[in-house]
Design a protein. Structure first.
Length: 256
């Protein structure tokens, strides 16, 4: 019922030259295919135009890793959601744990960024997830509940069509340690119940919830097969065409 999404978050990797090479490899592998799910890449801002050339007319979707909370004006160094849409993006990641950690971003900023994204017609991919210490303290669900409750009800125009959730347990990001299927399913099911309470049962049934954290071709199948996991947000394994496409194939098989 929910269309799968495999999304690559390139983070601070691949300038226009290398990004174009990877986009070309993905695009040529997907060319002429009738995909059951969606495939998205989120390059650094300066690489977006180079990738847009390959995404146009292809099933490959293009997104950004962040956007400004402001629409326009004197905000040096920022990039607006409207600019991203003009550059060919359909999606934007908001609230990644690395922005929470390194830029100290918090809920009011996430709300404003997602609202700007929606005003620009973009689909926001909202990231959340607990730290290792929080899981060890038995607080994983409470942390996730607070992260969802702090943002979702405040959004001006969120729907299951313009918002995607990405559960990314911080202890699994870039560590090689993946959530077990049991943990992933439990946290996704819990997240969906939160969405039902905050946005209604229909939105919860339709909203896509991605898993992120050391997802790779060898574990993607068992994760994507879980009933509340609708695809993945992929970091390291999205930087190589073969491994990213291996994850895309896992999603396609599950959707079959
Ligand atoms: P890794 O796949 O490298 O663990 O990163 C996950 C992530 O943060 C995607 O946004």
């Amino acid at each position: 019922m929910r269309r799968t999404l495999v999304a690559g978050n390139w983070k601070l990797n691949l300038g226009p030259g290398a990004g174009a090479d990877l986009a070309a490899a993905i695009q040529s592998a997907l060319a002429g295919r009738k995909l059951r799910g969606d495939v998205l890449v989120c390059p650094p801002y300066v690489t977006i135009p180079a990738v847009a050339a390959f995404a146009q007319g292809s099933p490959l979707l293009l997104g950004a890793q962040d956007c400004s909370d402001q629409a326009k004006g004197a905000f040096t160094g920022q990039v607006s959601a409207v600019m991203l849409a003009e550059a060919g993006c359909s999606h934007v990641i908001v609230a990644h744990s690395e922005r929470r950690q390194y830029q100290r971003e918090t809920d009011p900023l996430f709300i404003a960024k997602i609202d700007r994204a929606h005003e620009a017609g973009l689909i926001a991919v909202f990231c959340y997830g607990e730290l290792l210490d929080e899981r060890r303290a038995g607080r994983a669900e409470a942390v996730v509940a607070a992260q969802l409750q702090g943002v979702l009800p405040q959004l001006a125009q969120a729907t299951a069509d313009n918002l995607i959730l990405a559960y990314e347990p911080v202890w699994a990001i870039g560590t090689g340690e993946t959530a077990t299927p049991a943990i992933a399913q439990q946290m996704h099911q819990y997240s969906r119940a939160q969405v039902a309470a905050l946005l209604g049962a229909d939105a919860a049934a339709r909203m896509r919830i991605l898993y992120g954290g050391s997802c790779k071709p060898s574990n993607a199948r068992e994760l994507f097969a879980l009933s509340d996991v609708d695809g993945g947000l992929i970091g390291g394994a999205s930087l190589d065409a073969e491994s990213f496409l291996g994850i895309v194939e896992a999603a396609e098989e599950i959707a079959a």
